[in-house]
Design a protein. Sequence first.
Length: 184
Amino acid sequence: MSRLNAPAPEDVSAGAQQILGAVGAQLGFVPNMFKALSSNPAVLEAVTTLQGILSRVLDARTRHSIALAVSQANDCGYCLAMHTYVATEFGGMSRDDIELGRVGSSIDPRRAAAARFAQRVVESRGQVSDADLAEVRGAGYTDAQILAVVAAAVQFLLTNFINNVNRTDLDIPAADSAGTTVRQ
């Protein structure tokens, strides 16, 4: 059971209702995380604005791989389920690629380097080694793109922390250890 209360729909501010409507239009439903965030419209706006801006800095599959790697590193079951769902339904990622993403890899070597680097950023709290930087640069990432990987990792870290604190109730199938979703 979620530990933070989502407001009743009639108690959600007009601005937050507008944001929730946009999320619902994009995903086909409003996930519980966003419902909980609507209790603080400024935080809801900050999270969705950050997501919107960072959706333009890397390709979708790379972002999905980073989301899976970061969520696995943070043991965030809600985010693993959500990112597995989104990567499958909207990202066209295969079961194998989703599972690889969870361990900081990918079927695509360049994407694998980004996922692995994001995972290292989280695990080391940003104190990555010169070898970590050399590896991601060796995969062809520029310094500007490395900053995008770090920013994406932090975005997913933020939602992982929110959902881990809340223990957000799953509103989609849980992700299993094979990186697919399972019905509860």
